[in-house]
Ligand binder design. Sequence first.
Ligand SMILES: NC(=O)CC[C@H](N)C(=O)O
Length: 232
Amino acid sequence: MNIYGDWGNVLVLKQRLKWQGYNPVVTEYNPGDEFPSDVDLIVGGGGQDSGQVVIQQDLQALAPTLRALADDDLPMLAICGLYQLFGRFFKTHDGVLIPGIGVLDIETHGGPDRLIGNVLSVSSEFGEIHGYENHSGQTFLGPDAQPLAHVRKGEGNNSKDDTEGARYRNVVASYLHGSLLPKNPAIADFLIEKAVTRRYGSLDPDPLPDADLAGLARLSELARKHASDRPR
Ligand SMILES: NC(=O)CC[C@H](N)C(=O)O
């Protein structure tokens, strides 16, 4: 799935890998496709309730593979609608029960109101995380799920606690679109580091000239600043 610019996450991972001297190959996956036998990183976006219903059967068929890969420390990024389906289930506001794949110990209940707006959250791993949320689902973490971050502005997982997203091994899950990674390169670099070290044993980036590095850091800083100045 892909909504509110989530494809930007793929572009960021691709570009940052290229800057580090790697040659990433992106394989798009749609329901019914053959699942690639050899993957280093899985990225999935959000979707409307109807889109989640469309993919559910295929996702269930992939569940054992995805659970095994997550347990084998494959890095994954799951945003919003896919984040919900990485959990136990999403029960929509209309009462439709969409089963999840149980990578994450979470459950999601659709509410009458949508949680919409810019979000600022803080994570001990990644610092400040900026993004945009738009969901009816209220997600609650079970004892085996860790939150990705704690919300300072906005709603996050639900309107009751201040958690946002979830973490499991090298799986990063978040409600935040925008897309997430251009404004939060620390998460992109975490996923890249895990993918590359899992395959090659170590990350050995080509050094970028200082001027390029400074320019790149300035761009993502500008994006973060712009996001943080936006009203909710
Ligand atoms: N932005 C999304 O991916 C929405 C997810 C889900 N359909 C919800 O509304 O909660």
